[in-house]
Ligand binder design. Structure first.
Ligand code: ZN
Ligand code: ZN
Length: 217
């Protein structure tokens, strides 16, 4: 199989994947630690114990780490050539990966929402390594986002990269901002689906995909 670099005409997709390391200086990080220390302390945390004295520092670093999706992932910019023979077979054979565990931060509260993703596509002339699908989910989940945009970005990026016959994304997540504050007592999972191409027009493909995700009959 030959390597191939997708020629992305979608600027948003290109920018989302490209490596663009965030510029946060050590001096800024130290300042953020003082903000966090002031807030944690005012909210009730005792920052004078051996266990907690470094908590503001750890919190700021951890927050930086879990939002590393903004740094991009250039390793995503490769795919494999394959051969599409056309015909009905080509338009019906799905590649489905999941469950892919993800952790994201809700942009409304900066609290985590986490769950599992299933990503499916119907290849045309290009395929992508299975591990890349996990990378794709991580790229967009390790940010401040909402479930709707997360699914849309995964679907649109895969579509732009591979130009496949179809893309399907299923996301199921628990949102801590609502759960921890007790806003919602039942149905703790939010489910969203995203269909592109053949999936949009062929209900049996959707059924098959959802079945592979452990849903439906
Ligand atoms: Zn929220
Ligand atoms: Zn094809």
């Amino acid at each position: 199989m030959a390597w191939y670099t997708p020629d992305l005409d979608d600027q948003d997709v290109q920018q989302a994947i490209e490596l663009r390391r965030r510029k946060v200086t050590e001096e800024q990080m130290r300042r953020f630690e003082t903000y966090v220390a002031e807030m944690f302390s005012a909210f009730g945390m005792d920052l004078s114990t051996p266990a907690t004295k470094d908590t503001p520092r750890r919190f700021v670093r951890a927050l930086y780490d879990v939002t590393e999706g903004y740094d991009g992932d250039p390793k995503l910019l490769t795919a494999f050539q394959t051969e599409c023979r056309g015909g009905p077979d080509c338009r019906l054979s799905q590649i489905i990966e999941g469950p892919i565990q993800f952790f994201a931060l809700c942009e409304h509260h900066a609290f985590p929402f986490h769950g599992r993703a299933y990503v499916g596509y119907i290849a045309h002339e290009h395929i992508i390594g299975i591990s890349k699908l996990t990378r794709l989910v991580r790229l967009f989940s390790k940010r401040f986002t909402v479930q709707e945009r997360l699914g849309r970005q995964i679907a649109d990026t895969l579509e732009a990269m591979l130009e496949p016959h179809g893309v399907a994304v299923y996301l199921e997540a628990a949102h801590l901002c609502t759960q921890m504050r007790g806003v919602r007592e039942t149905e703790p999972r939010t489910r969203t689906t995203f269909w592109r191409g053949e999936y949009d027009s062929n209900p049996s493909l959707r059924t098959e995909f959802l079945k592979a995700c452990g849903l439906g009959e």
